[in-house]
Design a protein around this ligand. Sequence first.
Ligand SMILES: NC(=O)c1ccc[n+]([C@@H]2O[C@H](COP(=O)([O-])OP(=O)(O)OC[C@H]3O[C@@H](n4cnc5c(N)ncnc54)[C@H](O)[C@@H]3O)[C@@H](O)[C@H]2O)c1
Length: 249
Amino acid sequence: MNQLTGKVAVITGAGSGMGAAIARLFAQEGASLALLDLNEQHAKEIAAECAGYGTNTSYHAADVTDSDGVRAAVVAAAAEHGGIDILVNSAGILDETPFLEMSPETFDRTLEVDLKGVFLSCRWAAPEMVKRGGGRIINIASQLGIKGGVNLAHYTAAKAGVIGFTKSLALELAPHHILANVIAPGPIVTPLIDGLSPDWKAAKQAELPIGRFGQAHEVAPTALLLASSPGGDLYTGQTLGPNSGDVMP
Ligand SMILES: NC(=O)c1ccc[n+]([C@@H]2O[C@H](COP(=O)([O-])OP(=O)(O)OC[C@H]3O[C@@H](n4cnc5c(N)ncnc54)[C@H](O)[C@@H]3O)[C@@H](O)[C@H]2O)c1
């Protein structure tokens, strides 16, 4: 317990799913939290829950596609908590669109949120970590970014982009003692996949060696490993896969 005492973590997409589960676990481990999300009501509910663990928690309204908004939220979080040590990028969107019907706008929108949003949060949070003499960046991609997916060309392009982007950060930010890694989960039961077709879910479940989808709280410990010391000290540029065995790189 209390592996993150004295640390400040910014978590995007903290109002739901894996972002919320990571916020809860980090709060239990003593981190101060700045929760970023578009959905104010959900994020404030998670912030109140986290504050119940005795941790200092703030909510910052931000759309991760809005550079000025993300920058303002990150600066406000650093001012309120005295700096930033950990960034978790969990904000994301997903829809199924057949490639032969995919509009450039649909492709762009997914890339904006799922890839550029990660860039923006990292771009504005990393300088705060440099000021602290180090930090941890944890980007949530997807195992689909490694293996591809039917009707998901836009999503898989974004997630593969997050993996490559994070490797570059790992190389470039290592001299600043900032470690950057990816979590590439398999299918996890959250509101994000509510809209996927029953056929897709049944076929996916049948493919999984573990035979079931994961729960958000089963992914959070991977984020804790990467955020903590000494557990996370030797990981950078890595892609960890809590994925029910869906991908074995
Ligand atoms: N659920 C899965 O099966 C699964 C699998 C692999 C990867 N992922 C990835 O994990 C991450 C978290 O997914 P989840 O399943 O917890 O989803 P979720 O839908 O439960 O939560 C996503 C959160 O992101 C927020 N968000 C969306 N767009 C935003 C924006 N533009 N700005 C700020 N916040 C925004 C939403 O309000 C929501 O609170 C996503 O990046 C997703 O692609 C999910």
